[in-house]
Design a protein around this ligand. Structure first.
Ligand SMILES: *[C@@H]1O[C@H](CO)[C@@H](O)[C@H](O)[C@H]1NC(C)=O
Ligand SMILES: *[C@@H]1O[C@H](CO)[C@@H](O)[C@H](O)[C@H]1NC(C)=O
Length: 238
């Protein structure tokens, strides 16, 4: 019984203390400049600055995988890129804004960048707009010719879905941090990987669709928390 109590307290520790720190999104592939959950809201790269000594990851201009772990039940993502590492704000949209539902693995298996970027170094940027704010991550890459193949770990978890959508909030953020925002209004031809998503974007869901999800999530967070506390008190008193 005593060891069970210990295990329970261990779980409780993670529930109460670690949850706020695991709140946004993690980039698995290509590796990000860094991931500090406390700075993830700092534009343009979540508090990190690219440098010449970064290890660069090859990214195929004809389409390559971006693998995320998302820790929000609903959020919008923008995928951008630029040449060089001067953070000059000249970001180019790679695909239209994506509205994504569901937790854990979210894999965009074939994101293209302009073919002319092959042979140059550059940055990829992901911006997430979720219920608790806007978060940023960047990846330092060298763009190479042809098409990449996603590794087998790059998958969508069950219950994960996504479609192209409009997010008024991200449009504002992008307007301030990019000079290429106009390209988002004229999405380039989606790759085969995203063409089905493009079709469903015509239903153009609005931000309001996200509100019940967020409320639902918060409600269950509280139920979970109170449940943990009640069971803990019962256990410790036993
Ligand atoms: C911005 O990036 C695009 C794509 O790489 C490039 O063609 C353009 O010249 C850049 N503009 C500025 C002002 O640097
Ligand atoms: C994950 O879901 C998105 C949206 O439906 C889709 O475009 C993408 O191809 C999926 N990823 C994989 C690896 O199947």
């Amino acid at each position: 019984m005593a060891s069970f109590k210990l295990v329970w307290l261990f779980c409780l520790h993670f529930t109460l203390l670690e949850r706020p720190a695991s709140a946004h999104f993690i980039v698995n592939t290509p590796p990000p400049l860094g991931n500090n959950i406390n700075n993830e809201d700092i534009a343009p790269c979540g508090g990190f600055t690219p440098s010449g000594s970064d290890t660069l990851t090859a990214f195929h201009v004809g389409g390559d995988a971006i693998d995320l772990t998302t820790l929000h039940a609903q959020s919008y993502f923008d995928f951008l890129g630029m040449l060089g590492d001067s953070l000059s704000s000249n970001w180019t949209f790679l695909i239209p804004t994506v509205e994504q539902y569901g937790l854990n693995g979210f894999c965009e298996p074939s994101v293209e960048v302009p073919a002319s970027w092959a042979g140059s170094n550059g940055l990829l940027q992901i911006i997430q707009d979720s219920e608790d704010g806007v978060h940023y991550q960047c990846m330092h890459v060298n763009f190479v010719a042809s098409v990449g193949s996603p590794n087998s770990a790059c998958t969508n978890s069950s219950g994960v879905s996504a479609q192209f959508a409009t997010d008024p909030n991200l449009a504002t953020v992008d307007g301030q941090t990019t000079t290429a925002a106009a390209t988002s209004a004229v999405p380039k031809t989606p790759s085969s990987a995203t063409s089905s998503a493009q079709t469903s974007a015509s239903t153009s869901p609005s931000k309001s669709a996200a509100v019940p999800t967020a409320m639902f999530e918060t409600f269950w967070n509280w139920v979970l928390l109170i449940g943990f506390i009640v069971i803990s008190i019962a256990l410790l008193a036993s």
